[in-house]
Design a protein around this ligand. Structure first.
Ligand code: PDD
Length: 287
């Protein structure tokens, strides 16, 4: 069975889903997106993702084509039609189709495209081994809090990481880590505090980050929402990243230097288990 995607009001096979040449997403990267984890056929933290979607659309002044209930119905229908159990659901909204001109078109309708990617998140091998990250300069624009589809700086950052044998890039500005190419960046100090950069225009307000901070608070874990330097990360007791497509992954080397003993840290593993439980991973209880 071919993958079913959603495009502008219709569910159809991927091969039949065509976006016009003059779409502003294609020409200008003029659009925003969301990505949501799926576990046991259920969307993880969907309300928070839809809230962020509404905010991104408002910030770039694209009219939201659907209500929150309609978005949810479309997302759930797409998961159902693809028989998806575990993975990632992606959608984007662009400013629509019109002759190339920088000014907003008067009459264009937003283009809405949504697809699923089946993926093993809970039992991903990297969750056991941890991943390598390398630091790169943060070359992005100044409104990183908007989940814009223009991701050229992240594409280049992540490719640099891949060519250095790493799986993620940590972007750095003025000596401080901003975030990962497609994830939020965390360290744990030797005193056991979880450190993450505070929300601002400098980073995306990660939904997994938000849930993790809530879970950590409930567990009485010490949280420090502050910037951290690359040197502090080299010297950390543990490091990890969060994202909707990976949940929580241990970071075991930074720029080729092992973080502590170079193995996933105990607090990171505990946080991952807490997050999996919250997300409704049933198998974890049996492990
Ligand atoms: N990326 N920071 C950046 C720059 C991101 O692109 C992402 C998500 C995050 C984590 O946010 P969340 O927890 O809401 O997924 C942080 C998605 C997964 C992507 O582009 O594939």
């Amino acid at each position: 069975m071919s993958r079913i995607v959603f495009l502008n009001g219709s569910f159809l096979p991927l091969e039949d889903a065509k976006v016009p040449f003059m779409d502003r997403g294609f020409l200008f990267g003029d659009g925003i997106y969301e990505g949501i984890g799926v576990l046991n056929g259920r969307l993880v933290d969907n309300e928070a993702h839809l809230e962020r979607l509404e905010r991104s659309l408002r910030e770039v002044r694209i009219a939201n084509p659907y209500s929150r209930a309609e978005w949810t119905r479309l997302e759930e229908e797409l998961v159902r039609r693809n028989g998806m159990v575990e993975g990632f659901l992606y959608f984007q909204v662009t400013r629509g189709v019109s002759e190339r001109d920088f000014f907003f078109p008067e009459d264009a309708q937003p283009t809405v495209a949504m697809f699923t990617q089946a993926k093993s998140i809970v039992h991903a091998p990297v969750a056991e081994t941890g991943i390598a990250v390398v630091t790169v300069p943060d070359l992005r624009w100044e409104r990183r809090d908007i989940k814009a589809i223009s991701l050229l700086a992240q594409v280049l950052a992540k490719q640099t990481a891949k060519e250095a044998g790493a799986q993620e890039a940590w972007m750095v500005e003025d000596g401080f880590v901003t975030e990962g190419g497609s994830s939020s960046a965390f360290i744990i100090t030797k005193a056991g505090a979880v450190v993450v950069r505070p929300l601002s225009h400098a980073i995306l307000p990660g939904i997994t980050r938000k849930s993790l901070l809530e879970l950590s608070k409930e567990e009485g874990i010490v949280l420090e929402e502050r910037r951290f330097t690359v040197e502090e990360a080299y010297d950390a007791a543990e490091a990890f990243l969060t994202s909707a497509s990976n949940f929580i992954l241990p970071v075991v080397t930074i720029d080729g230097r092992p973080v502590a003993d170079g193995k996933p840290g105990p607090l990171t593993q505990k946080l991952r288990q807490l997050y999996l439980k919250m997300a409704g991973a049933p198998a974890m209880a049996a492990e």
